[in-house]
Write a protein that binds this ligand. Structure first.
Ligand code: 5RP
Length: 236
């Protein structure tokens, strides 16, 4: 473990380091986005350099692609890799069924495409992301720039008929303008506090024409590795 880590980084590092043990020589691996996933990429880079592992990495954002190259991981596109053995990524929340909210780092679309093109998805996390019910973290929804205010209104209409505790939406900004994702879209954050039926909400949001994807990952994650501030891990 690197010296002088904050307690939170210790937890993130511990989960990331354990997840990298699941990577075997010759695997095609989806590389997630965010601070926890960045630890995983660094740990994998170390194994590639020290053990000479032959790994193909498919990054889920331009940030992750840059880091992966920097640490010596061979990076290809999903088109080239075609299918992946394993994806390892962080999450903003996970519930007892291992359903997730993702997209805090605005990379949810590539993250979901990569995770669902993988035999397995492992989520790496510190204990703060574990919840009984999803929804305290604002749910990101990626929308097309074309007509996005109309899409936002339609999202709010859908929310009004759903089992959620809050219904406010905000547009994710980058300075004075709506943030633009790696796929050229915007993000609407939905402040729901508690989501009664995440599966139903995910399906309803995906019915709206301007919605590209939501940050609800239902039945996608196979395992969560939770790190603690002492550097211990628990596997779920
Ligand atoms: C990015 C994500 C991240 O995985 C999520 O936001 C967790 O990030 P971090 O590990 O920095 O807490 O979904 O879109």
């Amino acid at each position: 473990m690197p010296a002088e880590l904050s307690p939170m980084d210790k937890a993130k590092f511990a989960s990331a380091r354990r997840a990298v043990d699941f990577i075997e020589d010759g695997m095609r691996v989806g590389l997630g986005t965010g601070s926890t996933a960045a630890w995983m990429v660094r740990c994998l880079g170390e194994r590639v350099r020290e053990e000479g592992l032959n790994i193909i990495g498919v990054p889920t954002s331009t940030r992750t692609a840059e880091l992966a190259r920097e640490v010596g991981i061979k990076v290809v596109s999903l088109e080239e890799a075609k299918w992946l053995d394993l994806t390892i990524d962080g999450a903003d929340e996970f519930d007892p069924e291992l359903n997730l909210i993702k997209g805090g780092g605005a990379a949810l679309l590539q993250e979901k495409i990569v995770a669902t093109a993988s035999d397995r998805m492992i989520v790496i996390s510190d204990a703060s992301k574990e919840v009984a019910h999803l929804g305290a973290f604002p749910l990101p929804v990626e929308v097309t720039p074309f007509g996005w205010p109309v899409t936002r209104t339609l999202i709010e209409e859908v929310l009004s008929s759903m089992d959620v505790l809050g219904r406010e939406t905000t547009v994710r900004m980058d300075g004075d303008t709506p943030l633009i994702t790696d796929e050229g879209n915007h993000i609407i954050d939905c402040h729901l506090n508690k989501i009664g039926n995440p599966r139903q909400l995910a399906l309803a949001l995906n019915q709206i024409a301007g919605v590209v994807e939501s940050g609800l990952f239902i039945d996608i994650c196979d395992m969560v590795i939770i790190g603690d501030t002492e550097g211990r891990v628990e596997v779920r």
